[in-house]
Structure formats: structure tokens, C-alpha cells
Design a protein around this ligand. Structure first.
Ligand code: SAH
Length: 380
């Protein structure tokens, strides 16, 4: 009771002060701060919560469905876009909520058709996402965190401090933005999504799952989960959790070496999550989901380009059905890491194939605009 009274008296003082012309700034702040009403992000609400909000405010529950559709299927940027709602209803939403949508700050287009978006979040932080077109598909490469807490020595994003996790809607919005660009510049909708932008998706697991739920739901973009790949540096506990959650998307692991000593040098967090733990989690994943695993692998000069490195990889691949993607190194530094010679890549390919392991050698896209794997570092 006492608290309520003091709140009310504070409120009335606040209004009085607001109405005075010659207001002393200090006093103003003193009363203003505790009173600030922070509007909630409307997209944090479930459909049910939206329906309840309307009922509570004397309207019909189905109004909640309409708003939900505007927010997710039609990706509305403002309440004013919601043209089938009355002006009063839009005003009521405006008074209570905000839509913290992302804004594409700059868009760069590469000679090869790749597009990179620098995306501004509501708190002015920036993340990047990329559209990669090929003959048969257009893939969105999206970020899951602002910066990254992992410390892979060869990755530009690792040099940015991890500022925060992205919300589900911020992840979803990146996909919508790229889908729009795909339709506009390539005359086709987005066909695939890879979580290979900034951040470690399994360290923002709940939000990534919520975003994927929305992307795959018919109330969102209705995409098949089979067209989505979550790429991780390998967090064993979370890989097991994904298996337990019976997720339907695909898993890629950035392996780069199957020898602990080497992997720890280039990906120091491997000391905390050694290969034996990763291997155990991957076997668990396969047993539960029956989904084969893709290993992302860069071969560097003098680091993992010897026969013993390939042999270790072959052994690692035998634990669960898998496929190896050899990806090109995109230089980010002053030469500490160098792409291995083509003989080394050929050796990898030959030995893996001889052991019946599927292997693809992939060229990078969008290098001229720093949009290739591991180059996302908010430089533009
Ligand atoms: N944290 C997640 C996703 C982001 S990195 C993960 O590690 O999988 C996306 C992919 O780019 C990973 O396979 C990563 O190992 C790779 N990568 C990072 N830096 C790179 C670089 N400079 N050149 C080529 N690939 C790189």
C-alpha cells in the first residue's frame, strides 16, 4: 500500500514537473527515471498472449490473430502498416508496444551476385548477413549473436567482443530481408538458410530454435527444416540437447582438425570441449536423429596439411555417417594462416574418397565484399 501511494505521489509530481516550463534538469531526471515506461517488444508475445491482450482490452480475441499475421507472415514494420485494424486499435498497440525490427543499414553486392547486409538492431548494434546465389539455390547466411565469444584464431568475427545474443525476431528478420532481396535481385525466393554468420548458434540455442520454429511454421515463412543448416564449432552438451529435442534441421560442425593438439591451437575452446566429448555427442546425435553430419574443414599450410591429419579425419568420420566440406580459406590477417597448396587438398579428397567418405571442395563467394565464411566483422 505504502509503495503504491508513494508511486502515485511520484507520478503526480512527475506530471507537475513535466508541465512546468522552467524545469530544473536534475529534478526532472530524479522524478522521470523511475517513472519511465518501457514499451515491450510485441514480437516477444505468443499468439495466445496477443489474443489475451485484446480480450483484456475489451476487443475480440481474433484481433490477436490478425496482429500476429501482420508481425510474422507479412513482416510489418509499423503498427500503421496493419491496415485492417482501426486507427484506435493501432494507437492502442502503439501506446503499449514497439516493433523492434531490424534495418538494413548498408547493402553491398559482389560481382558474383552475393549480397551482404549490415543490419542495424534497435540498440544500434550491427550484425551481418549474406545472400549467396548459385544456379540452383539462394542461401541466406545469418548471424545468431552480435560478435562471438569463441576464439577461433582464423575467424574475423572472433575478434569482435560478444555483445549480446540476437532475439528470435532479429534472426527471423535477417531471413525476411534476404528473402526480399532474393526475389528482387534474383527473381526467386530464398531456398536455404545456414547459421554460419556471426556468432555461435548453440550458445544462443533457445532463440535460434524459436527463430527456426517461426521460419518453418506456416504462420511464418513455411520453409522446410531440411533446408536449414545450423553450424557449430562443437558444443557437446548442446548437440545432445538438440538430439533430445528431435530437431529436424541439419547439423554442420566446424572441425578443421581431428587431432586435439592441433585443434586446440587454432580453436582454443577445444581445450574445454575436447574431440572425445564432441565425438560422443555426435554419435548420440546420429543415433537419435539418423541425420548425417557435415564437417566444415579448411586446410592450412603447415597446420593440418599432412597425411596424419587426413588419417585422423578419416577415423573421426567413422564414428557416425558424415560428409566433409573442404572450404577455401578467406584470409583475414597478415599471413599467420595460409590456404594449403592444391596438392594437400587433392590428398584430402583422394584419401577421404578411398575411405567412402563423401567430400566436396567448395569455393568461397563474395570475397570482394568481405562476405565469405569467417570474414564478417562489421567492416563496411
Ligand atoms: N560458430 C559457428 C558458425 C559461424 S562460422 C561455427 O563455428 O560453425 C561459419 C564457418 O566459417 C565455420 O565453419 C568456420 O569455421 C568458418 N570460418 C571461419 N573463419 C573462416 C575463414 N577465415 N575462412 C574460411 N572459413 C572460415
Amino acid at each position: 500500500m505504502f509503495a503504491k501511494n508513494s508511486l502515485e505521489s511520484n507520478l503526480s509530481k512527475h506530471h507537475k514537473i513535466l508541465n512546468q516550463k522552467s524545469v530544473n534538469r536534475k529534478t526532472f531526471h530524479y522524478f522521470c527515471k523511475p517513472m519511465e515506461i518501457k514499451k515491450k517488444d510485441i514480437r516477444a508475445l505468443t499468439k495466445e498472449q496477443l489474443r489475451e491482450f485484446f480480450v483484456k482490452n475489451g476487443d475480440k480475441a481474433f484481433r490477436g490473430n490478425q496482429v500476429y499475421e501482420w508481425l510474422w507472415q507479412k513482416a510489418a514494420y509499423s503498427f500503421d502498416d496493419m491496415t485492417n485494424l482501426s486507427k484506435d486499435t493501432r494507437q492502442m498497440l502503439e501506446d503499449n508496444y514497439v516493433i523492434n525490427n531490424i534495418k538494413v543499414d548498408t547493402m553491398q553486392r559482389s560481382n558474383d551476385g552475393t549480397i551482404k547486409n549490415a543490419v542495424r538492431l534497435h540498440d544500434n548494434l550491427i550484425v551481418e548477413s549474406v545472400l549467396i546465389p548459385t544456379k540452383t539455390r539462394t542461401t541466406a547466411c545469418v548471424s545468431s549473436q552480435v560478435g562471438c565469444s569463441l576464439d577461433c584464431k582464423f575467424c574475423a568475427t572472433a575478434r569482435l567482443k560478444r555483445m549480446r545474443n540476437l532475439n528470435p525476431d532479429e534472426i527471423y528478420d535477417q531471413v525476411v530481408a534476404i528473402d526480399n532481396e532474393s526475389r528482387l535481385y534474383h527473381n526467386r525466393p530464398l531456398s536455404n538458410i545456414v547459421f554460419m554468420g556471426m556468432g555461435e548458434p548453440l550458445m544462443n540455442y533457445n532463440n535460434v530454435i524459436k527463430a527456426i520454429d517461426k521460419i518453418t511454421s506456416n504462420e511464418g515463412l513455411g520453409m522446410s527444416p531440411k533446408r536449414i543448416v545450423v553450424s557449430t564449432s562443437g558444443v557437446p552438451k548442446m548437440i545432445k540437447k538438440m538430439a533430445d529435442d528431435n530437431v529436424k534441421f541439419k547439423l554442420a560442425v566446424s572441425l578443421h582438425s581431428a587431432i586435439d593438439e592441433v585443434r586446440t591451437t587454432i580453436m582454443p575452446f577445444n581445450a574445454t570441449f575436447p574431440l572425445a566429448d564432441l565425438r560422443e555427442a555426435l554419435v548420440y546425435w546420429y543415433e537419435k536423429t539418423r541425420n548425417r553430419i557435415t564437417y566444415e574443414y579448411v586446410v592450412w599450410n603447415g597446420i593440418n596439411d599432412k597425411r596424419k591429419d587426413v588419417d585422423a579425419l578419416v577415423q573421426f568420420c567413422k564414428f557416425a555417417p558424415s560428409k566433409v566440406n573442404i572450404i577455401e580459406y578467406n584470409p583475414i590477417d597478415d599471413g599467420e594462416f595460409q590456404q594449403a597448396k592444391s596438392e594437400a587438398i587433392d590428398m584430402y579428397q583422394k584419401v577421404l574418397e578411398a575411405n567412402n567418405i563423401t567430400v566436396t571442395v567448395r569455393r568461397s563467394r563474395g570475397k570482394d565484399i568481405d562476405a565469405a565464411c569467417g570474414q564478417l566483422a562489421n567492416k563496411s
